[in-house]
Design a protein around this ligand. Structure first.
Ligand SMILES: C[C@H](O)[C@H](O)[C@@H](O)[C@@H](O)C(=O)O
Ligand SMILES: [Mg+2]
Length: 395
């Protein structure tokens, strides 16, 4: 059966929310004195946007086939990503059959290896890969999860990431992940404040509700170890991304010294099977958290997940809307998913990539029936009210 071929590739940028979900307006919980590696500089402590967490913006990749079908995907890569797509990666797509996903991935990765390997180049490759899976699934009239082997459970269950785990509990989520607000440079007072926030949420949520800290690469090994042991008294379930993504040695040491029963997690800023091989073989963490829009896309996440499974390590992808939901529902070693609370005050559920996508599903009472995902492709549409900008149109 001859499949349609790819006749056009287009790359757009968008500002204000969307896949670059840190690109929010003022007053959002996600930009309120959250600990980061830049926290050693007082002037960059209050707002992550002050040091540029949102400089990239959203990349939208559209791939049109000869039969008129259009696949698309969104990720965090902005204008840099648009340049890479239009000026470099498009040559590996135009004229190819929509089924040649594996070969296209290989060519995109090795053609950019001299300047890529991780970061925004892998975000961009991920965006193209996700658009290819969306396109192929639409051509076949199936949801992406059906191309990945189909659901292994009837529904997804979610933990919520946001500043108010107590509200997340009321909304039916299985747990609440809190951003850590204070970094080592804020001394013992900051450490006490971190623990007091956890103690308050434990008091409000009761003993059984999962509570986690997200440390967003902001700590040193000694501080992380001390924080973990103090947090253990309040039943912290996992401590996330304490150290620099490159400090595999530090993660291995932290995991050896963490309190018994506390999980150490990381991976959202790691990329490719080789990066995750390092985390797995060095014993860095109990759960890896690749972002499917940053680690290499579905094509690479399949490889990463199989590697993790062989290491009996869970894969709980960093929240990336439908792109992670379609994957998680098909994997036994992905028993639950993340949902990022993108409303400015995390007291209501809004789509993660709002306002960019139409038909983007959200958890109801912390859960999502597999049937909700039963639409062709990833089951979402671009919101026509969101202005797209195509900075590097070719020809
Ligand atoms: C809430 C965290 O600080 C990040 O903003 C979040 O994107 C990421 O680390 C996560 O795990 O959701
Ligand atoms: Mg995180």
């Amino acid at each position: 059966m001859s499949m349609p071929t790819i006749k056009a590739v287009r790359a757009f940028t968008v500002r204000g929310g969307g896949a670059d979900y840190h690109d929010q307006g003022a007053g959002h919980w996600i930009d309120d004195h959250i600990g980061t590696p830049m926290g050693k500089y007082p002037e960059y402590r209050q707002s992550r946007q002050s040091f540029g967490i949102n400089v990239l913006g959203t990349l939208v990749v559209e791939i049109e086939a000869s039969d008129g079908t259009v696949g698309f995907a969104v990720t965090t890569a902005g204008e840099i990503g648009a340049f890479i797509v239009e000026k470099h990666l498009a040559r590996f797509l135009i004229g190819r059959q929509v089924t040649e996903i594996e070969k296209i991935w290989d060519q995109m990765y090795f053609a950019t290896q001299y300047y890529g390997r991780k970061g925004v180049v892998l975000n961009t490759i991920s965006g193209v890969d996700l658009a290819l899976w969306d396109l192929l699934a639409k051509v076949r009239g199936e949801p992406v999860h059906a191309l990945l082997g189909g659901p292994v459970r009837d529904e997804l269950q979610f933990y919520a990431t946001g500043a108010r785990p107590d509200l997340a509990k009321k909304m039916g989520f299985i747990g609440g992940k809190m951003p850590l607000h204070h970094v080592p440079a804020e001394g013992e007072e900051g450490l006490r404040a971190n623990i007091e926030e956890l103690a308050t949420m434990r008091e409000r949520c009761g003993d059984d509700f999962w509570l986690m800290f997200d440390c967003w690469m902001s700590l040193d090994l000694n501080y992380a170890t001390r924080l973990a042991h103090k947090a253990h008294e309040y039943g912290l379930k996992w401590i996330e991304e304490c150290l620099s993504p490159d400090d595999y040695w530090g993660y291995a040491e932290l995991r050896r010294n963490a309190p018994k029963g506390m999980l150490v997690t990381t991976g959202e800023h790691e990329a490719t099977r080789w990066g995750f091989r390092m985390l797995l073989e060095m014993g860095c963490c109990d759960i890896i958290q690749p972002d499917v829009g940053w680690c290499g896309g579905i094509t690479e996440l399949i490889k990463i997940s199989a590697l993790a499974d062989a290491h009996s390590t869970l894969v709980v992808p960093h929240g990336s809307s439908v792109y992670s939901y379609h994957f998680v529902i098909t994997r036994q070693n992905s028993p639950f998913a993340e949902f990022l609370m993108m409303h400015p005050v995390p007291d209501q559920v809004v789509p993660m990539f709002t306002p960019l996508l139409l038909d983007e599903p959200v958890p109801v009472n912390g859960r999502m029936k597999a049937g909700v995902l039963d639409k062709p492709g990833f089951g979402v549409r671009l919101n026509p009210d969101v202005k797209l900008h195509r900075p590097y149109a070719v020809g």
